[in-house]
Structures are given as structure tokens and as C-alpha cells.
Design a binder for this molecule. Sequence first.
Ligand code: MN
Length: 488
Amino acid sequence: MEKLYFIPGSQDLYGEACLKQVAADVACLKQVAADVAEMVAFLNEKLKGTIVIEQLPTVETSEICLKDMRRVQDDDDCVGVITWMHTFSPAKMWIKGLQELRKPLLHLHTQANEKLPYDAIDMDFMNLNQAAHGDREFGFILAKLHVPHEVVAGYYRHDDVVEKIRKFAQVAKAIGLSHRMRVATFGNNMRDVAVTDGNRLECEIKYGWEIKYWGIGEIADLAKEATDEEVDAKMAEYESKYTMATDNIDAVRTQARYEVAFDKFIAANKCSAFTDNFQDLHGLDQLPGIAAQNLMAKGIGFGPEGDYKIAAFSAVLMKMAEGRKGATGFIEDYTYDLTPGQEVELASHMLEVPASFAATKPEIQVHPLGIGGKADPARLVFDGVTGDGIQVTLIDLGDHFRIVCADVELVKQPLPMPKLPVARIMYRHKPNFEIGTAAWCYAGGAHHSVISTALNRADIEMFARLTGTELVTIGDDTTEEDLRRFTI
Ligand code: MN
């Protein structure tokens, strides 16, 4: 389980009122540590299953801060840090430590006490409990140093505060995966497509994504080597989850064989996402269909046509959505119903729609595929989930990346589509078709994206802030006027 370190702030000098007591500064620091321990225990109970929080030594000198931050940075299980200034903590002592930090930071603006003890409050209490003072000093140094961070303000035992910390933890875990992301690209990207191309080096510099090339022959070889037992086990998994709606069992077994091969390759090379390309399937009889769909449903990122950005980004967003209700995965925009006032989009792919989008039990079907010149591939066919969601994509504009995030409403397909041999979802755009889709086009949004009914705009905004990525949002608050600002 990933963890966050909790670093409280204080100082080794106190005001006169505090120092009147015997060894008052030591007593104060003990109290700080004890209050933080209580806070950490409470949050660990509440956030069980999402994240583990561990307390580090209270920062009272620059040396302690540096040591703490190095521990955050060096611990591979740690995905971020929570800071809180229990007392005043002169912020110059945070400079060197913060300069070493390259993981997400949550500035928790809270207190050990919910209410003021009006009858009992004295100078000692005020010196010991001065987050309103210390956290503002800390806020200044974060701003001064341009440290990307989130601020959560409120009493730490309040449900809304706990939920905000949970969301930060989920985004931090996604960024943690991003930092260790390795994408296996089998072949290059589809020859003439623009938006799936870009600068792989910048992806690694900005997000940590290692975009690695292999030939699809690697998968062809592993597929050949897969044993009957391994293929039988995969077939049993398919049969338990899906309805076999084909007599062409051999075609399905071929997909099972591919998935066994991908499983082995992904594990051996520590990959979290992969791409393939129907133009480059040398050694494979079919384009991977079920194989890719089933892997996506397990959280493995996937990008068709060599789209390494959406492969990595989909894995990152699936990680962010872990433990939440709803579905998250790759999709491609296809076609519209333009009936006035009832406009709706049909989104799908030629095969590879993640099984996690299924609202009906997926059927395994085998049909010809018009492009690629290969054998008829087996694929999962189903109708998609419904509800509020977002459509998100990431584009490479050369000098920077841009995330485009649109609010959408996933809807039931109005009528059956019995001749469409692929899984599909449908959604309505916000604020309406004209503005929503025009905004996406103006913003340069890709035709490959991630749809999620588990995440919302606020999650994407947090990811964008913490990674320093430009963000364009589209939704009910988007107006005709807004379109102009995307055109430059
Ligand atoms: Mn595509």
C-alpha cells in the first residue's frame, strides 16, 4: 500500500509565556508530536484501504526538514507528503527541504482542537495552537518557491476534510504511478495520424513516462510459446465473465493466447500500459481485441494505433479512480445523432473498448475487421454504462502539454444497434452539443480520450495543478464567449 508522510512544523524557540515553564520548548514539541500522532491515527482509520499515513519528525530546524523531505523523496512507497504547522514555524527552515521535494504536497490547514476553549485559553494555549499563524507563513514559502500543492482547510475530523484528503491521496497515487510508468509500444504510431504523435522525451521529463519501443514479434513469440494449460485458464476466465456468442472458438483461443503473452511481457518488463497498431501486426493472425479489452478492465493502460499518450494517461486515470464506484477507460469519438435538442455521440473503437464500461454482460463475438488485412478478430460486444462523467484527453502542443476535460452525461442508447459488431457507449455534451463539441475542437482535443464515471473535473484540476499542466475545462459553465480564448 502506498503511503503519505505527515510532516508537522514547529520551532525550537517559544514565546515568553511558554518558556516560563520548565523546559517548556521540549514540552511543547512533545505536545505537537502527540497531537500529530492522534491526527495520523484518526486519518489512518478513516482512510484505510486508500492510503497509509506515517508521521515524520517535527520540523524545527532546516536540517530536520531536509532529512524529512529526503525520506519522502527516497521512499518508493511514498507518493506524497502532508504538512501542517501546529505552531509557528519560521519558513526559511523549509526552503532547502522543499527544494528537494518532487512529490505532491498537501498543506493541511487544520487544528488539534475544533473549538476555542474560551474559558481556559491563555498565552500557552495560543502559542501551542497557532496554525492560523504558522500555516500562513508556510503558505507564503510554498508560493514563493512555486511548489505545486493542494491546500485543504478545516477541522481534520470533519467528514468533508477527510474526503478531501482521500481525493488528494488518490491523485497522489496516480502521480506516483505516472512517475514509474513504463509504456510498451509495439511498433510505432499509425502512419499519418497527427494527434497521437508527439515528443516522447517530453513525456518522460514532464510526467515520468518511459515510452519504450518493442517489435510486435515479441508478443507473437510469447503467444506461440503459451501452453494449452495457460490458454485454457484464460478461456475459463473469459467464460466465467462473458457470454460466448460465437462458434469460432479457435479465434477466441487465439485472443486468449495473446493475452497470456501480453500478461507475461507486461510483468517481465514492469510495464503499466501498452500500445499496438493494426498496421504492424507481423506474426499475429488477428488484431488483439478481447486481449486488450480484458487487460484494460484490470487497469492496464492501452492506446491503439500507437497512441502512447493515451495509453499512459488512461493507466494514470484508472489508478486515480481505484476504489471508487464507476468505470474509467479509453474510448474513441465516432459519430453523432444530430436530432435537434437530442444530440448524442456514439463512441467506441474498432475493437478495443474496455470491458469495465459494460452495462450488459459482454458477448464474445467474432466478425471480420475491414482494415489491417488480418483474420476475423474476437471481441467483446456490450452496451455501455450511464451516468454523469467526464471525457479527458492530453495533447502535445510542442511547447507544452494540454489536458482537455469535458463534462458529459453517459446515456442509454436510444435504440438497439444490432448490426454494430463492437462495444459502445453514448453521451451528451455540456452545456449543449454546439458549444461542448466546438469547445473540444477549438481546444485541440484528441479523438482518443478517457471517459470516466468515477472521476470528476475537480480530480483532473488537481492533477493538472500538481503536475503543472495547462487545463481546458468544458461544461455547463462554458459559454459561446469562452470558445474564443481557445483559438490562439
Ligand atoms: Mn483510434
